[in-house]
Design a protein around this ligand. Structure first.
Ligand SMILES: Cc1cc2nc3c(=O)[nH]c(=O)nc-3n(C[C@H](O)[C@H](O)[C@H](O)COP(=O)(O)OP(=O)(O)OC[C@H]3O[C@@H](n4cnc5c(N)ncnc54)[C@H](O)[C@@H]3O)c2cc1C
Ligand SMILES: C[S@@+](CC[C@H](N)C(=O)[O-])C[C@H]1O[C@@H](n2cnc3c(N)ncnc32)[C@H](O)[C@@H]1O
Length: 659
């Protein structure tokens, strides 16, 4: 099991020389050549990896994956993107994975990239997405999915160790080996080798003998070739070793589905819309089936949801998923209208008792201050604009979202056909494709099906055994008043209240594990008002809460869909009976790893179980499904993907039998 990533990211400390070029104060080295950076990048990394020819040779829907050590200013990334635009066919895709331990802040990045006016169209897009880049895996999507950047924020060896990917070309660019030996170690090269295949190439600016020898030892065949300008020689080469795959078969990637790239996504809430978007952007023809007359009618239909990060100072798989998912959603929101569709007003989590205050202090020590910061009571009140019983943790880039707007953004894309009033009740296999049926009516068919219908997934025989549960929740809507408009941020304790959207506040939310009834009830309204009182008696007064009759309040009720371990369920599905037979030995000895391939239900995937945090986990889970289906680098660490894998339950059941 990989270790948890370093989480207190440090920003790059820069100096600028007289030509306006950045230098790293941490490493006393330059980010790129002072003389001819563009030419050097194009030669050392692009030409020496034969990228012009390889981009031109990509066929429709094919992709090329570049891996880089040291993202820095993103110059290499932008040059690769520009070259890709010049050479690759319209439906080909570029996936760039890079790592950065000391990210530049946005102002420094802007200043550095201004050096290259010809890259401005690409640099602007990078800068527009350069938000919420916190430690761990961060996904950035450009040009409607044609260019995907998976940025690993943290130490190279640690994070490449968690990457599940097949890299076609490597750029090694981690400062001079003498100034930064950590980026040129045998351990890091072993990880690069693990991620390589028989056609993987590698280019680097250094010609240092020990780098060449260590790369050779790791399985690359490197040679010195002439350099540019003052650089006499550089290295280029390719992978000739054998990449070891010690994967457990139940977490291995299923074979790519045969046949046309068509997918049927069942359910048009956040999970379904996000999955449809991620597949459509990769050239899949997606049919999105929804039983209601519009998208986002169930859990994803609230007027305001909160980007609420419940993190762990121990960096559990769930906590790392949340940091990655938050970053991805937060960048998507940049495309929506601020004020009506979302607002980055910040989220304040009150330290409402001693235990919570202690937990928050641990979190503040474990995460960087641009993600969350501890505020004392008066600082918290200044941010929130109202009086509060305590200080708390403030998430400056978070806020509220109108989930239906996010669903609309995701589902309104070329390649997605939304079909409303279509309730899929049965799935049948027909040759290489799946069919969705409602009684005697064939609704649609495709080579891939993604189940995104929350707990209704249990209605299909193929997925009936998944342990999904419904939890009823009710929110209360309150009209804003002159005094309540002072609220500037979302404030959460056991419940939450958001600044007004369209002059109405949302208070939430109740939890009922036993109710199947979605009729609004006054008890839940009363409990939401009680939760508000715990947040701020002053705000309660401003909203005239004492005078409100819970019988006559407006609100909305829906079911959350949760799994027993509170992680979503995302990935390919296997045949339950065949799985239990194939891996029966695990019930006697849990350490066994039989080499029997997993009995996948070919082309059947699930994206569900997002519980109370779908705004954060569902969009990135769409990317995860697309990565499984397109043999792309996964957008989360391998252990996080495994923690979300549908097979985890069948596996646990087998192992528990052992006792
Ligand atoms: C009261 C409440 C408050 C919440 N607050 C927050 C919050 O502040 N922040 C946050 O991040 N999350 C919050 N959540 C959770 C969040 O809303 C969910 O995690 C998210 O909406 C789940 O999305 P989904 O697509 O999985 O499910 P849903 O939105 O329920 O979508 C499932 C869709 O599948 C459709 N469907 C079902 N069966 C079929 C079928 N057989 N055929 C065709 N279509 C079908 C349904 O009609 C529905 O549209 C809250 C949830 C509730 C209930
Ligand atoms: C020469 S610069 C990269 C230049 C970059 N490719 C560009 O296009 O601008 C090297 C980068 O590696 C990063 N770095 C150094 N040590 C690292 C480590 N151990 N893990 C991850 N990144 C590291 C530095 O912060 C720096 O940004």
């Amino acid at each position: 099991m990989p270790s948890a990533p370093e989480t207190s990211s440090q920003q790059a400390r820069l100096e600028w020389d007289e030509q306006g070029q950045p230098l790293s104060s941490q490493f006393a080295d330059v980010y790129f050549s002072n003389e001819n950076a563009l030419a050097e990048t194009r030669y050392v990394f692009l030409a020496n990896n034969q990228l012009p020819e390889r981009f031109a040779a990509l066929t429709a829907n094919q992709q090329l994956v570049i891996g880089e050590t040291g993202f820095g200013t993103g110059l290499n990334f932008l040059c690769a993107w520009q070259l890709f635009e010049q050479h690759a066919t319209a439906t080909a895709r570029l996936h760039f994975v890079s790592v950065e331990k000391y990210p530049l802040n946005c102002a420094d990045l802007q200043r550095a990239l201004a050096l290259w006016p010809e890259l401005a169209p690409y640099a602007e897009q990078l800068l527009a997405q350069y938000v919420a880049l916190h430690p761990g895996f961060q996904r950035l999507v450009f040009a409607d999915g044609r260019i995907v950047l998976t940025l690993l924020i943290g130490d190279a060896r640690e994070l490449f160790g968690q990457l599940d990917a097949q890299v076609d070309a490597w750029f090694l660019d981690g400062f001079a080996p003498a100034k930064n030996p950590d980026m040129w170690t045998p351990e890091l090269f072993a990880e690069l080798a693990r991620l390589s295949h028989a056609s993987t190439t590698l280019g680097t600016f250094t010609s240092t003998g020990y780098v060449r020898r260590r790369l050779n030892e790791a399985g690359f065949k490197m040679k010195r070739v002439p350099g540019l300008g003052k650089k006499w020689e550089v290295l280029k080469g390719g992978f000739i070793g054998t990449a070891e795959t010690a994967e457990k078969p139940w977490f291995a990637r299923p074979q790519q589905p045969v046949g046309e790239r068509s997918a049927l996504v069942i359910g048009a809430g956040l999970a379904g819309c996000a999955t449809a978007a991620s597949l459509a952007q990769r050239g899949w023809q997606v049919t999105l089936l929804e039983r209601h007359g519009a998208i986002a009618q169930e859990a994803s239909g609230n007027p305001q949801g909160v980007l609420y990060l419940k993190l762990s100072a121990h960096h559990t798989t769930l906590s790392r998923l949340i940091v990655s998912g938050y970053g991805h959603t937060r960048r998507l929101l940049e495309q929506l209208h601020k004020g009506t569709d979302w607002d980055n007003c910040g989220v304040l989590q009150l330290a409402f008792d001693v235990k919570e205050a202690l937990r928050q202090a641990q979190l503040a020590a474990a995460f960087p201050a641009d993600l969350l910061t501890n505020l004392d009571r008066s600082a918290a009140e200044a941010k929130a604009g109202i009086t509060l019983p305590a200080g708390g943790l403030f998430y400056p880039e978070a806020g509220w979202v109108h989930p239906p707007a996010l669903c609309a953004l995701l589902s309104q894309q070329p390649n997605i056909q939304l079909r409303l009033h279509q309730e899929a009740l049965e799935l049948r296999r027909d040759g290489d494709s799946w069919q969705a049926w409602n009684d005697k009516q064939l609704l649609a068919s495709a080579s891939v099906v993604v189940l995104a219908s929350a707990t209704e997934i249990k209605g299909f025989t193929q997925s009936a055994g998944l342990p999904l549960k419904r939890i009823r929740g009710q929110i209360t809507r309150l009209p804003a008043t002159a005094a309540s408009r002072a609220l500037n941020t979302v404030v959460c304790a056991e419940g939450y209240v958001a600044p007004a959207r369209q002059d109405e506040h949302t208070l939430g939310a109740s939890f009922d594990f036993n109710s199947d009834n979605l009729t609004l009830n006054s008890a839940d309204h009363a409990s939401n008002l009680q939760l508000l009182d715990e947040i701020s008696p002053e705000l309660c007064g401003a909203l005239n809460a004492a005078a409100l009759d819970p019988e006559h309040l407006q609100g909305r009720a829906a079911f959350r869909c949760t799994s027993p371990d509170y992680l979503p369920i995302v990935g390919p599905l296997a045949d339950t009976t065949a799985f239990a037979e194939a891996y029966a030995v695990l019930s006697k000895d849990a350490r066994q790893v039989p080499d029997t391939p997993c009995p996948w239900l070919e082309g059947l995937y699930i994206n569900s179980g997002h519980g109370s945090r779908g705004l954060i986990t569902a969009p990135l889970s769409g990317e995860l499904i697309a990565a499984w289906l397109n043999n792309e680098p996964l957008p989360v660490p391998a252990d996080v993907a495994q923690a979300c894998h549908p097979n985890r339950f069948a596996l646990r059941a087998l192992i528990r039998n052992k006792a």
